[in-house]
Design a protein around this ligand. Structure first.
Ligand code: C2E
Ligand code: MG
Ligand code: MG
Length: 404
């Protein structure tokens, strides 16, 4: 890289107050309100020219001086949080991995937070994915300590470098910032959309809060909104702005408009469609059970009714059936046992049946009777010869003769 600036110029700029923290808001993807921000350093020269970090950070880094900037920015973030008062949102600050070797790191953060009298909750730490990958063990421990101390850590630029899901899964950070390289295709190609959707799925399965970086276009925004993203940081809503402007934006509380599209309008929003499909299945069937008939085992995927206390989460299929029969009214016990015992089900499967269905009355722990349909579907697993069932229980209670 051509060096446009000398270290001395930058240090002088820092000393004369030309370095400033800018703030880029992160918007709540559903409500369009500011839900957080990232503090980003700028060199604002006397003549008003704004120099971007890429033109001076590498020089500072090489000279081992970058941490000075980071501490300057974090202090400014604390002041901003203080100034925002009850309008405060979490502001995250970038820290390079050289801080991982600073035994005083957390103490320094604590001291700043205390001296400005702000809540730790509002100060976040961003660590780039490549830094985690470069020295996994050390950075991982550092992240752990920061989180333990009560600050939220974000993994920055996820997907941009050489590291991968396997790194992220072990890092005890709570926020994943998804790199803008995932948006290069403007969210218009099938492969691009599937990849992005999978990243969100992965993040949510790990209970990570998601922030997507670099959103610039309506096409990107619309697709991201089918992915269940939490926060959006990008030029589409706002560039990084000087502190005064940021404070005005937070205090004004003027929500940006987010046009949402139905996930059904986009054939490739498959994950979101599947999620909605599963939610609808849950609405119809308060109890869904998986069982392996060959191995005599079961597990509940979903259970939200009077069975809750009567049957354990998992166990042997035979015991589960016994509990179901126990709950059935006396006149139907025999029928239910005969229809759903493992031998009968396996025979039905061998005879080519797709499912076994019975309607029965069951008694809950308060003695109330519920009419239910029990429907077992035979399922095969290409990797095993075992016979599975997915069992749906549907409530058929009637009110005023109407099926509810
Ligand atoms: P980063 O932490 O990933 O910050 C996000 C960068 O993406 C910022 O660039 C931001 O201006 C840019 N960005 C945000 N939305 C969009 C968008 O919609 N389109 C495009 N094209 N870009 C967008 P910036 O401020 O130039 O910072 C670049 C990098 O420099 C940061 O990447 C961060 O790694 C580093 N950096 C910035 N400030 C600091 C600092 O105070 N300390 C340290 N250690 N690093 C910093
Ligand atoms: Mg960052
Ligand atoms: Mg980033």
């Amino acid at each position: 890289m051509e060096k446009k600036y000398l270290l001395n110029d930058i240090v002088a700029a820092m000393e004369s107050g030309e370095l400033q923290a800018y703030y880029q808001p992160q918007y709540n993807a559903k409500q369009g309100v500011i839900g957080g921000a990232e503090a980003l350093v700028r060199w604002v020269k006397k003549d008003g020219t704004v120099v971007l970090p890429k033109d001076f950070i590498p020089i500072l880094e090489e000279a081992g001086q970058l941490s000075l900037v980071d501490w300057f920015v974090v202090e400014d973030a604390c002041k901003t949080i203080k100034q925002l008062g009850d309008r405060a949102v979490r502001i995250s600050v970038n820290f390079g991995r050289e801080h991982a070797g600073d035994g005083q790191f957390i103490e320094k953060l604590n001291r700043l937070v205390e001296s400005y009298g702000i809540d730790k909750y509002y100060l976040g730490v961003e660590i780039t994915e490549s830094d985690v990958a470069a020295d996994k063990e050390k950075v991982m421990n550092w992240v752990h300590d920061i989180e333990q101390a009560g600050y939220m850590v974000s993994i920055d630029d996820f997907g941009s470098g050489m590291s991968s899901m396997s790194f992220v899964k072990d890092v005890p950070a709570r926020i994943l910032k998804i790199d803008r390289s995932f948006l290069n295709d403007n969210c218009l190609t099938e492969k691009g959309k599937i990849t992005l959707e999978s990243v969100f799925y992965f993040a949510h399965r790990l209970n990570l809060i998601t922030v997507v970086e670099g959103v610039e276009t309506q096409e990107q925004l619309q697709f991201i909104n089918t992915c269940d993203c939490d926060y959006i940081q990008g030029f589409i809503f706002s560039e990084p702005v000087p502190k005064g402007d940021f404070i005005t934006m937070c205090v004004d509380e003027a929500p940006v408009e987010i046009k949402t599209t139905d996930p059904f309008d986009d054939q490739s929003a498959v994950f979101e469609q599947v999620r909605i499909l599963i939610e609808s299945v849950y609405k119809k069937f308060p109890v869904i059970k998986f069982a392996n008939l060959s191995k005599n085992s079961y597990t509940f995927m979903r259970r939200e009714n009077f069975l809750n206390s009567a049957i354990p989460e998992t166990g042997t299929y035979d015991d589960c059936l016994r509990s179901v029969v126990d709950m059935t009214v006396p006149e139907s016990k025999d029928e239910i046992e005969k229809a759903f015992n493992r031998k009968s089900l396996l025979d039905a499967y061998a005879a080519g049946k797709k499912r076994v269905l019975r309607i029965a009355n069951q008694i809950d722990e308060h003695g109330n009777v519920h009419k239910v349909a029990i429907e077992d579907y035979f399922m095969e697993n290409p990797r095993s010869k075992d016979v599975y069932i997915v069992s749906f229980l549907q409530s058929l209670d009637f009110e005023d003769g109407t099926y509810v």
